[in-house]
Every structure is written in C-alpha cells, then in structure tokens.
Design a protein around this ligand. Structure first.
Ligand code: DGJ
Length: 332
C-alpha cells in the first residue's frame, strides 16, 4: 500500500467519524424545514421504519387549513431523523370514495406499517365527516412507501365508533408478533385490537383503558408496554397521561397509570402522536424513546409545530419527559 493510499484511508476514517458525530440537534416548537427549505407539514405523525434500509418515513396530516377539501396525508423521508425530503401528498381527498357518502372528509392521524405477507404498505387513518359523525377508520395500501396509496375501505372496526387512533407494530428481535390498532372508542374508552394477517381488519377488542383518552402512542421497553395519551380537549393542550402494563403481553394487557411524565399541565403545549424507539448512539444496543407530539397552536392550526423529546427512565415506573429547546441525538 502506498503512502498515498494510507493517507486517503486515514482521511476517510476521520471523515466518517466526524460526520457521525456532527451535532444532530432536534429543536421543539419552532418551524422545521425540509431539505428544500420549505416548512414541514406532517401533523399527528406516524413514523414507519423502512423494512429494507431502516430509513424513516414520516406520514402526517397536511397543512391544517380551515378548508377540509385541502386535507390529505403528506410524507417525508429521512436517513437521520434530521434531514427530511418532501415526498408530497400520498393520499388526498380524491382517493377517498365511500359509497352513499360524500366528502370532503376529515383525514387525521395516518399511520403506516409494512405487511410482509402481502408485501404492501398499509395505511390506517381516522376518517370522518366534517362534524365527526362517521367515526370510521380508513384503510389504504401501496406497494411502495412513497404512494400514492389506494383507498381500500372505511368502517368502524369491531363495530365500534372510532376516533383518534394509532397502529403499533409489535416487533421483537426483528420478528413481528402482530400489529395492533388502538383507538378512542366513541370517545368513551380506549380499545386495542390485533389486526388480521393482511392488516386490513381487526379481530376484536382484547385490551382497554376504561376512560376516554386520545393521542395514543404505544411503545415497548424492558418487558412491558407503555402508552402515552392525552385527555380530550379538542385542539387545546392538556396534561398527558402515561400508562404501563405489568406484563409482557399486549393482546390482553391491563394498564395502570403513571401520571403525567411531563409535569406540565399542558404537556409543554403539545399532544402526543407517536413514540419512536431510536437506536442509542451513546449506549449501543439500547434505545432512546422519542416522544413525538403536536403543538397545535389552536385556534390557528396553520402554525402547528412539532415537539420531539427523549423520555428519561429513572426506573421502569418512574418515567419523565423534560423540556429542552434543543437536544443532540449524539448525546443519547
Ligand atoms: C383532538 C384529536 O386528538 C385530534 O386528532 C382531532 O381529532 C381534534 N381533537 C379535533 O378536535
């Protein structure tokens, strides 16, 4: 090997090392721009980890104008959670066709999972009339994560009126045990149902929280499941409530409350939408659990921003979320 080769080799190692440790700041409550310098419009987010390359697909509600006809699902793509490429609208009003009903429809809280059996990306979302009377979940699929998604169906899963919702992919050591649908049942209680193998239907409610909660975000850590939730106050913020199971079984989970981990009566002026387990850079082999929430900035939802903060686990049942204007992914 020539001296030239050695110098080049050393240069590459240093370059790699430096770029890995470049600050990777996440700021909360301010406008975030995509890689084109345009503000990111993807509210009530769900993050799909790409099954092929572990990159991130961020799906969310489009710009929250007062004109329902504009509303659809936007998508952004990133390899590092910091730089987001705008993919555009992956589902719009045009795609949604329901027999004997007409839009424009409320399209909220889209979440996407990949089905290894059908090889389709399956999106679930809250689909409703302008006055929230239908209380449906909508389903759409696409052979690729960047859409456009094809609308499949709209219904009340398990025959129960459904409002705020989320999907949880229960994956252990890379193996999917099942995907679960969690939702606000008629705004009276929280119901969890396992999806059918094709992810196009539910199989009955087998776990519930007996009080109304919204903004559900389930995650798994240390042999127990957690669910971050909000109370129901429209677009205005309220105290979050974190729930935990005492068993390693989501299908028949029983939940107990750990209270408000933020200690902020408004959850730092935000409402939960997702919790992303992110591989720790500081402690390889462990995860950082990132709270993702919306600062709706009601009544002017056009100015909605995002709040992403890491949870602190003082113990399995002493969990806190502290405000930080900015934090560096490299420090976690
Ligand atoms: C709060 C919910 O979390 C949102 O998704 C949305 O449905 C609003 N309520 C509507 O008021």
């Amino acid at each position: 090997m020539s001296v030239m080769h050695i110098v080049l080799y050393l240069f590459l190692i240093v370059e790699c090392y430096c770029s890995f440790f470049d600050p990777a700041y996440i700021y909360s409550g301010i406008v975030w721009n995509d890689t084109d310098g345009k503000s990111i419009q993807s509210h009530a987010a769900g993050i799909l980890i790409d099954p092929n390359d572990n990159s991130y697909w961020w799906y969310g509600e489009s710009l929250k104008t007062s004109t329902l006809a504009d509303h659809g699902v936007n998508c952004y793509h990133s390899k590092d959670l910091i730089n987001w490429i705008n993919i555009g609208e992956v589902l719009g009003q045009k795609q949604v066709v329901i027999q004997n009903q007409s839009g424009p429809y409320v399209i909220e809280r889209p979440k996407v999972v990949w089905n290894p059996l059908t090889k389709l990306y399956v999106m679930w979302f809250h689909l409703d009339s302008y006055d929230y009377q239908y209380r449906y979940a909508g389903i759409a699929t696409s052979p690729t994560p960047n859409g456009k998604f094809t609308f499949i169906d709209a219904f009340q899963p398990d025959g129960v009126p459904s409002l705020d919702m989320n999907l949880y992919e229960d994956k252990r050591n890379g193996v999917v045990q099942g995907v679960y649908f969690v939702r606000s049942c008629n705004n009276e209680y929280v119901g969890i149902s396992k999806l059918t193998d094709d992810y196009l239907n539910t199989t009955g409610i087998t776990s519930r929280i007996g009080e109304p909660r919204e903004g559900h975000a389930i995650f798994y850590r240390n042999n127990r499941y957690y669910m971050m939730t909000s109370h129901l106050t429209g677009w205005s913020p309220n105290p979050a409530e974190l729930f935990v199971t005492n068993q390693d079984n989501l299908q028949h989970a029983e939940w107990s409350s750990l209270g408000n981990p933020t200690n902020s009566p408004t959850t730092f002026n935000s409402q939960s939408t997702f919790v992303l387990p992110y591989p720790s850079r500081k402690f390889p082999g462990t995860f950082v659990y990132i709270y993702m929430g919306d600062r709706w900035n009601a009544p002017e939802l056009l100015n909605a921003t995002y709040i992403w903060l890491p949870f602190t686990f003082n113990s399995d049942t002493n969990v806190t979320l502290e405000w930080q204007d900015k934090w560096d992914l490299n420090d976690y």
